[in-house]
Design a protein around this ligand. Structure first.
Ligand code: GLU
Length: 483
């Protein structure tokens, strides 16, 4: 590439940034970083009616969280209105655009009529050739016009999309679209083209849904005498049911993924694979490798499928790759927030540090940490006593096993995992139980669950006093019966 790459992420703050928006941002960012170019952020807030409060902050927050740093902006289109007005008026004075005085009421009726006649929708060009006199009359009525583009009648607009290849649109299918609204705000088309030109954007990487807007943009570039950027339209993202990704697939705001305990590095890796691949098989590709390998050649035209299970799996892989200390630091706020209120705060960091290596192996999200580690913190375990009766044994032998274990453990000085195993493994044989049966009873007694981190390490972290108390409580439960 000869010219330095300059790309942009141009979200409209009409909602909170979802997976699709951020995938677009990421592909632009990767493209810029791969070619040593610039990545610019531009807020396209020209639709006043659809602006959502807090959306801009959420978008920038999401970019920061994922480490998608930008080199220019955020530029805000609503702060640049004069620029677009100037361009719109220039187009009018050069005969490439015109003032349209049609009232919303008239446009509504026109549309209804088109529907009735099964005609394609679009402005019927009534104001395209108004005489000087007709215009003056409408002005005298005090009507504020919109500015419409004079789309060429006939011919084709063609371009070479970097992902879709040669694309052609018949100009007849494009109506005289609005450039400047009566409130003085530009439409998306006008502002987008003007800014891409002024910001010297070399490549426009955006969602496939904008493919059909591209001929409009190219006609505008042509009328303005600007050289257009190159276009690359990224494939759609579908939910697992192959419907376009939406809220109902959990395609919630990207910052919600942070709250649910996904790691930004996992999220980046996951999003990169929504439409791009390294070699059709490698899944775990850390950020630096994404940057060095990213290319549009490997962006697919086939819609990408958003698979939540894959994200969970990938997040687990990234969680396990963290150092214990890093994991602990990241998990701590989730633990603090997720543990029941009766657990004393602040949490003892020394105790947390002992627990975290056991949890790190199992957690798929940071939010899960609180649930997985809860039994380490609460005073009272809550489980069905029937769980204490391991497969193949009865209540009596479960109680005997617990009583015998309690006795041995009381005498044990060092409560490390190895000494625990050295005492408990032979005990199973003495009791005529399989090791798994004894350990199963003990696991439920000390954790309240049938699945937990390795038993001896868990007991060691819980400590002698807690373990003994829990075994006694388990014995109580067994004796009380009611199973
Ligand atoms: N503002 C448009 C959006 O929200 C940008 C489309 C484009 O990148 O041109 O997706």
């Amino acid at each position: 590439m000869t010219k330095a790459v300059r790309v942009r992420f141009a979200p409209s703050p009409t909602g909170f940034p979802h997976v699709g928006n951020i995938r677009t941002a990421l592909f632009n960012w990767l493209f810029a970083r791969h070619y040593g170019g610039s990545f610019i952020v531009r807020i396209e807030d020209t639709d006043v009616t659809r602006k959502v409060k807090g959306a801009v902050e959420a978008i920038l927050d999401g970019l920061r969280w994922l480490g998608l740093d930008w080199n220019g902006g955020p530029y805000i289109q609503s702060q640049r209105l004069e620029l677009y007005q100037e361009v719109a008026n220039w187009l009018v004075s050069h005969g490439d655009a015109y003032y349209c005085y049609c009232s919303p009421q008239r446009l509504k009726e026109m549309r209804a009529e088109q529907v009735r006649r099964k005609q394609p929708p679009g402005y019927d060009r009534r104001c395209r050739n108004l005489s000087q006199k007709e215009r003056a009359e409408r002005e005298a009525e005090g009507i504020t016009p919109v500015v419409r583009f004079k789309t060429p009648l006939g011919g084709q607009t063609r371009f070479n999309d970097l992902i879709w290849g040669e694309v052609a649109f018949e100009n007849d299918t494009i109506d005289d679209f609005v450039l400047l609204k009566s409130d003085g705000y530009p439409t998306y088309h006008l502002a987008n083209v003007v800014d891409d030109h002024l910001m010297e954007i070399t490549h426009v990487l955006r969602a496939e849904e904008w493919l059909s807007s591209t001929p409009r943009h190219l006609l505008l570039y042509q009328a303005l005498g600007f050289k257009p950027p190159q276009f690359a339209h990224l494939p759609m993202i579908l939910g697992a049911d192959r419907a376009k990704l939406s809220k109902r697939h959990g395609a919630v705001s990207v910052t919600e993924y942070r709250e649910q305990g996904y790691l930004p590095e996992a999220m980046v890796n996951f999003l990169a694979l929504l439409g791009w691949s390294l070699d059709d098989k490698t899944e775990i590709i850390p950020r630096q490798e994404l940057i060095s390998n990213f290319s549009l050649e490997r962006v697919s035209r086939t819609a990408a499928v958003f698979n939540r299970d894959k994200l969970d799996w990938m997040n687990g892989v990234y969680i396990r790759s963290l150092s214990v200390e890093d994991f602990t630091q990241r998990a701590l706020p989730f633990l603090d927030r997720g543990l029941p209120p009766e657990v004393k705060r602040p949490l003892s960091i020394g105790y947390v540090r002992q627990i975290m290596p056991l949890i790190q192996e199992r957690a798929r999200t940071l939010a899960e940490v609180a649930e997985l580690a809860q039994f380490f913190f609460v005073d009272q375990l809550d489980y069905a006593p029937g769980l204490l009766i391991a497969k193949g044994i009865d209540r009596k032998s479960a109680a005997q096993a617990l009583a015998a274990a309690k006795q041995r453990l009381e005498r044990l000085e060092a409560f490390g995992a190895e000494s625990l195993e050295a005492v408990l493994r032979p005990l199973a044989a003495e009791l005529g139980l399989k090791a798994g049966q004894l350990f199963g009873v003990l696991r439920v007694a000390v954790t309240g669950r049938t699945a937990a981190p390795p038993l001896f390490q868990t007991m060691s972290v819980l400590g002698k006093e807690r373990c003994l108390r829990r075994i006694e409580e388990a014995l109580d439960r067994l004796h009380k019966g009611g199973i």
